[in-house]
Design a protein around this ligand. Sequence first.
Ligand code: SF4
Length: 172
Amino acid sequence: MKIAISSCLAGNAVRYDGKHKRSLWLEKLQQEGAELVAICPEVEIGMPVPRPTIELIQSELGSVRVKAVGDSSQDFTAKMAKLFEDKLALINTCGGFICAEKSPSCGYKTTVIYDHKKRKLTDNGSGLFIAKVAERFPSMPIINHRDLNSDKDVVDFLRAVKEANKAISLAR
Ligand code: SF4
């Protein structure tokens, strides 16, 4: 069973600070049959490692855009959207997604969104890439890495993935 995972959680040194955020649960996931598919939206749109940080800004018209911190002329929204379309077929082969919380690209309902005057609107936004995954694949189990805290959490997540995929197959 294929599971997409934020690349930094898979142990790849792709974060803005040049580090990784290797998950303690990689071995357990693999033991339980997960074939991990690592994706780093920021590197895959061509950003370097290390790199300046980015953030989510909601425009006056309501759309959420991903921009460089301190330089809103650097807008990565279109590139991120194109990457998502390019990755659609691959994500479609994955049963679930394990993502890095709080990231403006990968966080799931844990990411800060600001308004155009840099006032915080919410702590519970989703990173731009994951927001697109959740929108396009509403039945896909998505979990923030911080919610995997034990072997049982891993087993429970993979069970949820299997059940979701069974339900999707039956509906076809
Ligand atoms: S959180 Fe996502 S975008 Fe950021 S380094 Fe990890 S995989 Fe890349």
